[in-house]
Design a binder for this molecule. Sequence first.
Ligand code: GLA
Length: 507
Amino acid sequence: MKKCYHRFARTRLIAALPCCAVFLIASAAAQQSASGLWLFSETRNDGSVLEIYHRLTQNGPHLEGTVLLAGEDLPIRNGIVTDNRLKFEVGPPENTWRCEGTLYGDNLEVTCQGSAPHAKPALVKFHRTSAEPFAVAERIEPPSLKELLGNGLAKTPPMGWNSWNHFAGQIDDATVRAIADAMGSNGMRDAGYQYVNIDDTWEGQRDAKGILRSNRKFPDMKALADYVHSKGLKLGIYSSPGPRTCANYEGSYGHEVQDAQMFAAWGIDYLKYDWCSAFRIYKDEEMRAVYQKMGEALQATGRPIVFSLCQYGKQEVWKWGGLAGGNLWRTTDDIFDSWQSMSTIGFSQGPLASYAAPGHWNDPDMLEIGNGGLSIQESRTHMSLWSMLAAPLIAGNDLRSVSPEILSVLTNRDVIAIDQDSLGKAAPRAFAKGDIEVWTRPLSGGATAIAVFNRGSRSQPFKIQWESLGISRQAKVRDLWNHKDRMVDGSPVEVAAHDVVLFRAIP
Ligand code: GLA
């Protein structure tokens, strides 16, 4: 339930509402109308406060309104009131929550059903409030645009681990250390996974000098960085250009230089910078300048810090992310742990291929492999597709307890070598027919990676037209999941449901 609840606090609703929730809305005064502003507020065990508002307007049988989170406002849809019963929907079409409620005098009890497979009920109590939701901080003008020089980092797509997909708000110093230990001993580090990235929920309060303290889950960031470095790994952290992060923790707004310097002093090697509440201050068109501000601040520290832009692919970030100092930029909304989410995101990335290059990568979000929602075939597809896309490989599972099967997917060195190829050219889709998609990626030394994906739910034979993909009969072709060579001939490959056959062809 806690997990579900923390996921709800995420601003990206696609991943924020993957469960069934029961909301209990209680008002102080006797009310039969749902109209008003309702607040749920809870002090979390790290001392921070989670706030969720519902602004509802009832007009006879019609109910309109908005769910307000720290980093996102979500309109409710199809709201109706019949007697004391309410119904409304919230969330994007691909992940709609259907909510039903009953007014009981001062109380309004609402049950929402999300579409995610691991739906768990959560009870949330709201009260009527007159407070201004997420009061907007005074605007600070963004800098004028310039073109930042590259920082020389991320010559190949960053590889590592991030806390969010599995742990969400349940991440702390001890868990990060244990993950680093695991990565050092289970083959992940040796396969190339380098960054151990703490996502949202590490932040505490700013002190009188404006210095941001970590909260009680992370008592000493410098010591944690030292520990992670002692394992031959690097430490990443998370912040937002807005005043609040997506999970309503302190962001870097107005403190960019100070925070960058502190990150450098701690020994941080990677920053994920998430748009979140910045939308309450800046227009989307101002994003580049806002990201540039932190890009410059990081570069000014003199410490090599990979800069990861997280703004969900708005404003065609692939066209300017590098100029703002970014090494990678999210191209989509949040991924979540399902075939539908992963495959929809992954297979839509082809048109962005030309924007990937050494130092600058499209980021279709972190891996969900090993989190339980993907079969082994789907996990192979996830790993192969991200590698074909030259995407960052940021594992998002609990590496302390990973199964050998999942580990063998994450650490397949032949597949990783495709992702990390020094040419840095991402694959577009070469061919699609029915459920079959063929993607090809040029590799250094004149080699080619060829992935045959089956998006359908039945195993299928497929005859590859090698010549039309530029592969001659003399080429040496290796199947990277079966670890076998094959002939360049007319014999079909059998591709299981939701699976992939991945080849490297050497001329
Ligand atoms: C957004 C990001 C996620 C994660 C959360 C943390 O939703 O897209 O990857 O960082 O914020 O709150």
